[in-house]
Design a protein around this ligand. Structure first.
Ligand SMILES: [Zn+2]
Length: 124
């Protein structure tokens, strides 16, 4: 077996590609012969991959959240606009008949409907 066992710091630096160049050859030679260090290196690499996946997922969530908030905000504004339009459409015309009941959307009574239909049938 060549060299000493790898330290936790060396394992991490090697996986990150940041181990000193003059130590890399001895490190690799040792890990090729030492089962314990090879297993530790494998575990460090798996851990690093898991960290990377979590970081990527977290980055995606951070991008998604503001977009979702904007979507909810837009939906809320649209709902409020729709509600306002419905309310305005059903509100009686204010000031249309000063001093009298609002006539804007008063339902027609049966006599008025019959008169209108008879007028239409008579041609005027
Ligand atoms: Zn070793």
């Amino acid at each position: 077996m060549s060299g000493r066992h790898a330290t936790a710091s060396e394992l991490e630096l090697y996986v990150l590609g940041a181990l000193d160049a003059d130590r890399v050859d001895a490190f690799e030679a040792h890990c090729a012969e030492c089962d314990a260090c090879a297993a530790a290196l494998s575990g460090e690499a798996s851990l690093e991959i898991a960290f990377e996946q979590v970081a990527r997922r977290a980055a995606r969530v951070q991008v998604f959240r503001p977009l979702r908030a904007v979507g909810y905000g837009a939906a809320g504004v649209l709902a409020m606009a729709a509600a306002a339009l419905l309310w305005v459409g059903h509100a009686p015309a204010v000031g249309a008949g000063e001093g009298t009941a609002a006539v804007g959307h008063a339902p027609m009574d049966d006599a008025a409907i019959l008169d209108a239909r008879n007028d239409a049938l008579d041609g005027g």
